[in-house]
Write a protein that binds this ligand. Structure first.
Ligand SMILES: *[C@@H]1O[C@H](CO)[C@@H](O)[C@H](O)[C@H]1NC(C)=O
Ligand SMILES: *[C@@H]1O[C@H](CO)[C@@H](O)[C@H](O)[C@H]1NC(C)=O
Length: 259
């Protein structure tokens, strides 16, 4: 009973509900004032106490007041007039940035009507596969993904859905918090003609980005032959152009199939 009571107090004190958005998205922070009537004439203030100035969006009687707005939010905020008609305060925040992550406070009319929304911001991008090197045992493929947040995990898979073991795995983080992740695998000479997939996944935002590469066996065995007979640079050039052709054909087919 006591626990329930404490939970209820937390709830009514305006425990923040959490929203997630990716960098570049538009997000709507929404609170229901439960008045079910037109509140468009009221003063509505969205702010972040960790910022100075702290005003994210201020509106009085349907007019936006820009004077005290934090410059980082200039031109990116809008209150839905339609929602205000039915007692809901919806703040649309455009082109979300990593720095938008934080706890937002919404004041409606007076301090008695205070609501909180916690915004979490993530970032994701597709990985890129490159041919890094070749060795006597096969090709060294690299996979790189940049600009992720929070920290993602990278994995390589074959067509059977088996995890490949990696040779290297490196994660770096920029001062602006974004992570780069890269990894290499060696594709053995006897590797069958199958696509390989590099997958980057981030659990909290449930984001997955994949890139696939098709490596026909004759490229790899051709490389092995040329390694024995010719200069390695020529072999690399041959493999690179073959891989480029294969990747181009696959990309073309994918686009063609979609259209
Ligand atoms: C992440 O990758 C980008 C683009 O390749 C690069 O500009 C940046 O310096 C990298 N950051 C780190 C910490 O490695
Ligand atoms: C994560 O996203 C995939 C689709 O991208 C979806 O099928 C899956 O249910 C999601 N998982 C969770 C835990 O939300």
């Amino acid at each position: 009973m006591e626990v329930l009571f404490i939970l209820l107090i937390h709830f009514f004190e305006g425990e923040a509900h959490t929203m997630r958005a990716l960098v570049g998205d538009d997000v709507i922070l929404s609170v229901d004032t439960q008045t079910s009537s037109d509140i468009g004439e009221a003063i509505v203030e969205w702010s972040r106490t960790d910022l100075n100035p702290d005003i994210v969006h201020l509106q009085d009687n349907r007019l936006t007041i820009y004077e005290h707005q934090n410059p980082a939010y200039r031109g990116r905020t809008m209150l839905s007039a339609e929602d205000l008609d039915s007692g809901i305060i919806s703040l649309k925040l455009s082109n979300v940035r990593l720095a938008d992550e934080g706890k937002y406070k919404c004041l409606f009319k007076s301090k008695e009507n205070e609501y909180f929304v916690q915004l979490l911001v993530g970032a994701a991008s597709s990985p890129v596969i490159t041919l890094e090197d070749y060795t006597s045992s096969g090709l060294v493929l690299g996979c790189r993904a940049k600009g992720w947040y929070p920290q993602p995990k990278l994995s390589w898979w074959n067509a059977d859905g088996h995890l490949l073991s990696t040779v290297t795995m490196t994660t770096t983080q920029d001062p602006d918090r974004l992570y780069n992740i890269s990894s290499t695998v060696v594709v053995e000479r006897k590797s069958p003609n199958r696509p390989l997939t590099c997958r980057v996944h981030q659990e909290l935002f449930n984001q997955t980005r994949e890139t696939e590469i098709h490596l026909p066996e004759n490229i790899i065995s051709g490389l092995a032959r040329s390694c024995r007979t010719t200069d390695g640079l020529i072999a690399v050039a041959v493999v690179l152009s073959l891989v480029t052709i294969v990747v181009t054909i696959i990309a073309y087919r994918t686009v063609y199939r979609k259209s």
